[in-house]
Design a binder for this molecule. Structure first.
Ligand SMILES: Cc1cc2nc3c(=O)[nH]c(=O)nc-3n(C[C@H](O)[C@H](O)[C@H](O)COP(=O)(O)OP(=O)(O)OC[C@H]3O[C@@H](n4cnc5c(N)ncnc54)[C@H](O)[C@@H]3O)c2cc1C
Length: 393
């Protein structure tokens, strides 16, 4: 296929793989280069909301995702201090009724597998692992990028360059000369607990959102209920750490010392606790110039407190392909894309920050928060997410 119909994607994360599928469906040939020797699936579980699932439906990967995903009945909000439920926001059948499509939780490796299989089945997508993109430049007829594979370094040409290279994006720094992500003052401890080890009667039907002081936890089943995925987000004064580190369970227990004992006993069941610094991209930067564009975390990495980071990358990918279909692989398409994306993505990122403040409130604010929440109907709480979940490709 001519270079004029060929698009290069740097990074095979959720955003890059979705972009490849969406662009190839519009008649483009897509080269996806992934630096890792295999597709990275670190980080355990992920929640997929209706807005993201609609894109997967359009790209014919929803059935494969559903086969391995779980569908929680709701989000049960619980106090970290006494374990008492505060309110449940309905999902499951209620999400299908409200939004026409469900709300799923899935292990990242299973999501990656579904996307990779769809890419490998598509003759117009070439997915290369162990393949690092650098030095992308624009010229009169398109773009060229250096691709390093082992000892070989080759120039690849295309009509458009998509950087989906994540929160530590090299494209952002090299091709856009923009500053990288900054530490948010939060870190996420991520553990997996075997369902067999859970105490009798443990609620695996709902996602649990546990609100503590300066920390919260999100618990939900993955791998068809065989594991509980636990993410504990904690405020930290140390903003120097920008890469994941191995966490120490004793340190975690110390930091959650005010938490209800059954939660602490639950967390002791995880074998390891990798700790991820939570980074955010500066909100003001532009996400494209010429025929080069950043999508997903590379453009707008955000706090995970609205469970929307990947969903925004999935939406980015679909809208990008739609604009390329309408305007050709051109700067005009990227202008149109950014106009459609910017406001929504920044509002979702702001919501995630606001959620952090609400989830981590100190007393007496937390008591007022819990009272207001317990007086709000579950249906009203579900309505608050509609502006995010009702988005359609
Ligand atoms: C604790 C936590 C919980 C979360 N929970 C949710 C959730 O429930 N729902 C949700 O929607 N989001 C969630 N997120 C956010 C979500 O994980 C991210 O937004 C999403 O994974 C970003 O995808 P991406 O494809 O943009 O980047 P990445 O997944 O980081 O992928 C980038 C890829 O690019 C590759 N790469 C980098 N440089 C190069 C190069 N030079 N050449 C080639 N390849 C390169 C990398 O190896 C990587 O594979 C969560 C995040 C965290 C931290």
């Amino acid at each position: 296929m001519a270079a004029s119909r060929s698009i290069i994607v740097s990074g095979a994360g959720i955003a890059g793989l979705t972009a490849a599928l969406a662009l190839s469906r519009r008649g483009y040939r897509v080269e996806v280069h992934e630096r890792g020797k295999r597709i990275e699936t670190a980080g355990a579980g992920i929640q997929l909301s209706p807005n993201a699932l609609r894109v997967f439906d359009k790209l014919n990967v929803l059935d494969a995702v559903k086969r391995v995903a779980m569908s929680p009945d709701g989000v049960r909000i619980v106090s970290a201090h006494n374990g008492k439920p505060i309110r449940t926001v309905p999902l499951g059948a209620s999400a299908i009724q409200r939004h026409g499509i469900g709300y799923l939780t899935i292990h990242r490796s299973e999501l990656a597998q579904a996307l990779v299989t769809a890419c490998n089945d598509d003759p117009d997508i070439e997915l290369q692992t162990g393949s690092t993109v650098s030095d992308a430049v624009e010229h009169a007829n398109g773009i060229s990028a250096m691709v390093t594979r082992g000892t070989s370094v080759r120039t690849h040409r295309g009509t458009m360059m998509v950087f989906a290279d994540g929160i530590h994006s090299a494209g952002r720094k090299e091709a856009f000369a923009l500053p990288g992500a900054r530490h948010s003052g939060f870190e996420a401890w991520r553990g997996m607990i075997s369902a067999e080890a859970l105490p009798p009667g443990f609620d695996l039907e709902n996602t649990q959102l546990v609100w503590g002081t300066g920390a919260h936890a999100v618990l939900y089943p993955v791998r068809k209920g065989r594991y509980l995925n636990a993410v504990i987000c904690i405020e930290t004064p140390d903003r120097s750490q920008t890469q994941p580190r191995e966490g120490d369970a004793a340190e975690l227990m110390h930091r959650l010392r005010g938490w209800h004992k059954p939660f602490r006993q639950l967390f002791e069941l995880a074998r390891e606790w990798p700790v991820w610094p939570l980074l955010e991209m500066p909100p003001k930067d532009t996400w494209h110039h010429g025929r080069m564009v950043m999508i997903g975390d590379a453009a707008h990495g955000m706090l995970p407190f609205a469970a929307q980071g990947a969903a925004m990358g999935i939406e980015d990918a679909e809208v990008l392909a739609a604009m390329v279909e309408r305007h050709g692989a051109s700067e005009k398409a990227l202008d149109a894309w950014e106009n459609l994306r910017r406001k929504r993505v920044l509002e979702v990122a702001a919501l995630a920050r606001r959620n952090g403040r609400i989830y981590h409130m100190r007393w007496p604010g937390s008591a007022a928060r819990n009272l207001v929440l317990s007086l709000t109907s579950p249906a009203k709480l579900a309505d608050r997410q509609a502006w995010i979940y009702d988005w359609k490709p």
